[in-house]
Design a protein around this ligand. Structure first.
Ligand SMILES: *Cc1c(COP(=O)(O)O)cnc(C)c1O
Length: 471
């Protein structure tokens, strides 16, 4: 190895052999190729592509590699080992597709490499974030003046919402967390449905609210919190509700629950990771009626809205409560006059999520959001109807984009799911619903056509036939 003093300076090497424009050109070329084949590729990688990933596991390179070669290797090994989420037949988890305008905006924003922490760091990021806040509050019909923070996902958004709630409840009880800390603070509790998403429990644990302070309310057969079983609420309660059960897609009955929270002085937060978008669609808005009575809401743009990862949103009725909780002080009024995005999130340096979120909303418009959500729901219903016609059991009311499917026996369901996943024709995850294994369908991409659903149904039928014949 040559001595440091004899080596060419790094900046010159990067400028010459690792020409960033060449790397970008290659990435665009490979990306374009990927997009063109996305609809036709296997939905989950085959064994060969998975085995080839082992080639990444090399010793830490001693020497530099030209940028173009890095991108080339990534494409060769990486692209075949992706899940084809954008292809129209990926129905796993609630992993959304990708809108063309949002993808383009993301690429451009990545080239800009802006830091969205402060307005003075990136005026364009700050402007677009403020526009997104205004549009989201309007689209989702939330109380005027509600604040929005752009975070990595709903996990982080729920953390921010419940943090604002925790500190607000404690402040009203005469306890200032920023000044006094948590030890010795009045006890709070959380009330949530037995169907609450696992990330809510994780979030509560981070906030110092453990299992002993959590009261779980039974849910009905669809996974909706049973309002008749709600314990009395008080001003020491964080009530966590759900717009979109992660299995069934069901929505809690918000109006009576939020009204009860308000009356008791409790803080109501709504986990609307994928379901909050029901508010932006005429045919599904009724599902989320009453959520405007809550105090905070979390949602993912990377799910139903089909924005790129990662884009979670925390919305909070009381701007000061959110900002002061994240600042651990009330100094927010003095920080800046414009939009300083870091005030609304736990992070300081952040990518400019507002750019691709803005592009998604701009390209769809109110009408496009309405159509997108309605289409996802229609395809989910088509799925359920066609599977039902083929004697699969549909275990939930398909009210949104989720359907839960079972065969005649738990063993047959499990074998069918395994063969379905291996088929490469479509991809669904498994779950457990009311004590029974299920195949879980989430229609979450704008690219899914009626033909995609038909083809996926044929794959279900073929997988079950092979399972039943003992293959
Ligand atoms: C996806 C999801 C979450 C977690 O969101 P992330 O963006 O993955 O952090 C929380 N709640 C529900 C209902 C979800 O569907």
């Amino acid at each position: 190895m040559s001595k440091a003093s004899e080596r060419e300076p790094l900046w010159r090497r990067l400028d010459a052999e690792q020409n960033s424009r060449e790397a970008f050109r290659l990435a665009l070329e490979y990306g374009g190729e990927y997009l063109e084949t996305a609809r036709h590729r296997r939905v989950f990688p085959d064994q060969g592509a998975l085995a080839a990933l082992a080639a990444f596991d090399e010793p830490l390179p001693e020497q530099a590699t030209p940028a173009a070669a890095v991108i080339e290797r990534l494409h060769q090994l990486g692209s075949p080992a992706t899940s084809a989420q954008g292809g129209g037949r990926y129905f796993g988890f609630v992993n959304g597709g990708l809108l063309p305008a949002a993808l383009g905006a993301r690429l451009l924003a990545d080239v800009w490499d802006q830091n969205a922490a402060l307005e003075v760091m990136s005026p364009v990021a700050a402007t677009l974030e403020a526009v997104c806040e205004r549009w989201l509050v309007e689209l989702l019909k939330l109380p005027a003046g509600s604040a929005a923070g752009l975070v990595s996902g709903t996990s982080a958004a729920t953390l921010c919402g419940l943090l604002a709630g925790r500190n607000t409840l404690l402040r009203r009880l005469g306890w200032d967390v920023a000044a006094q800390g948590l030890f010795g603070a009045p006890q709070l509790r959380a009330v949530l449905s037995e169907g609450a998403h696992v990330t809510v429990l994780k979030t509560l644990a981070i906030l110092g609210i453990g299992a002993a302070q959590i009261e779980t309310v039974p849910a009905d057969a669809q996974g909706r919190l049973d309002a008749s079983r709600l314990p009395p609420l008080d001003d020491r309660t964080l009530l966590v509700l759900q717009a979109g059960n992660v299995n069934s897609g069901a929505f809690d009955p918000f109006r009576p629950l939020c009204a009860a929270a308000r009356q008791a002085g409790a803080w109501a937060h709504i986990d609307g990771a994928f379901g909050l978008w029901a508010r932006g669609c005429e045919s599904t808005a009724h599902l989320a009626a009453g959520i405007e009575l809550a105090d905070s809401w979390s949602a993912d743009a990377h799910k139903t809205l089909n924005s790129p990862y990662d884009c979670g949103i925390i919305l909070c009725r009381d701007r000061g409560a959110l900002v002061s909780a994240l600042q651990a002080s009330d100094s927010y009024l003095h920080v800046g006059t414009g939009r300083d995005g870091m005030l609304y999130t736990p992070d300081m340096s952040r990518r400019a999520r507002g750019v691709d979120l803005w592009a998604a909303l701009k390209s769809l418009g109110r009408d496009g959001v309405d159509q997108l959500v309605a289409q996802l729901c229609r395809r989910a219903r088509q799925f359920a109807e066609e599977l039902s016609a083929h004697d699969f059991r549909v275990l939930n009311e398909v009210v949104f984009n989720q359907a839960l499917i079972a065969c005649d026996s738990p063993e047959l369901t499990e074998r069918t799911l395994a063969l379905l996943q291996a088929s490469g024709e479509c991809w669904c995850g498994g779950s457990n619903w009311r004590g029974e294994p299920v195949i879980r369908i989430s229609v979450c991409s704008w690219t899914t056509t009626t033909e995609d659903v038909r083809r996926a149904v044929a794959a279900f039928v073929a997988a079950r036939a092979r399972s039943a014949s003992g293959c």
